[in-house]
Design a protein around this ligand. Sequence first.
Ligand SMILES: C[S@@+](CC[C@H](N)C(=O)[O-])C[C@H]1O[C@@H](n2cnc3c(N)ncnc32)[C@H](O)[C@@H]1O
Length: 290
Amino acid sequence: MPGADGPYPLPSDAEEAARLETQYLLLKFCFDGQFTFAPVNLVDGDKVLDCGCGSGVSLHAFTRLRLKGLWTLDLARSFASSTGVSFTGIDINPSMFPTDIPPSVSFDVHSVLSLPSSWTSRFTLINQRFLIGGLTVFQWPVALRELYRVLKPGGWVQLMESSMGCEPEEDGVERTRAERLICALLTKRGCLVSDRFATIESMLSDAGFRDIRVVEKVYSDVQWTAEQREANRALFLSVMRGIEPAVLREGLESEEGYEQLMHETQRDKNLGMTGGIGKVIVFCAQKLDV
Ligand SMILES: C[S@@+](CC[C@H](N)C(=O)[O-])C[C@H]1O[C@@H](n2cnc3c(N)ncnc32)[C@H](O)[C@@H]1O
């Protein structure tokens, strides 16, 4: 089970920041350039929160051009003419926060499990993406209640999660050994795995949200270019390297076994199409305008 620092198994360093940025751009392509799914129309005075925002990019790659890869900054750019909208990114780990940021954007260390009390009814839009490895099954309802609290009445939350290849093995589709290991790690750390994703919908409802909308995309159905397939491969291999210490700590594999698995995964011909992402699911939901 997770320690006091939570179940999150990936590192927070320059390589991970670069991976998150590439992943962001691939996911944006996957959804035809769309990155905001909630039906909000931001106006001056509105505040936006990116929860578990994670990444900047590696410092040596820190140019304005590359910064556009971050959700908070991407959204801030699309509202560049509207100076009255402000954007806050929060994460439990500040290591990947960018420093070269526009004045309307700020980053702060907080856990989604305990947001500042002064933030009640503050945000018009909240984005939270890929916290599946960061929250246990029991922490999800706490997190969703916090998100509900800090939303303005009428505000929207959007959650994007990936099944990480943890779909039930049906229709003769077998999971790879790497995918099975990721599922085992998530399960051991008490996290949600994909066959329990449906519970996010009911947890949103229990937290008070209404008008819950779900969009799904199968990652391998996307027409990836050769370059994107290569990026997908590299992303998954980087995830596999990133979770290695957690897998060894949990006793799910030996060091030699892990190296063997890495070689096997490198040879996996489908990796460029799946990128280890599986199904991408977006949940949007509204706090009632009371
Ligand atoms: C897979 S990364 C995703 C980062 C970013 N949302 C993205 O999609 O590029 C997950 C992030 O969640 C953060 N995290 C884990 N547990 C958290 C918590 N309880 N509250 C806030 N952030 C958390 C991790 O530190 C990490 O930066």
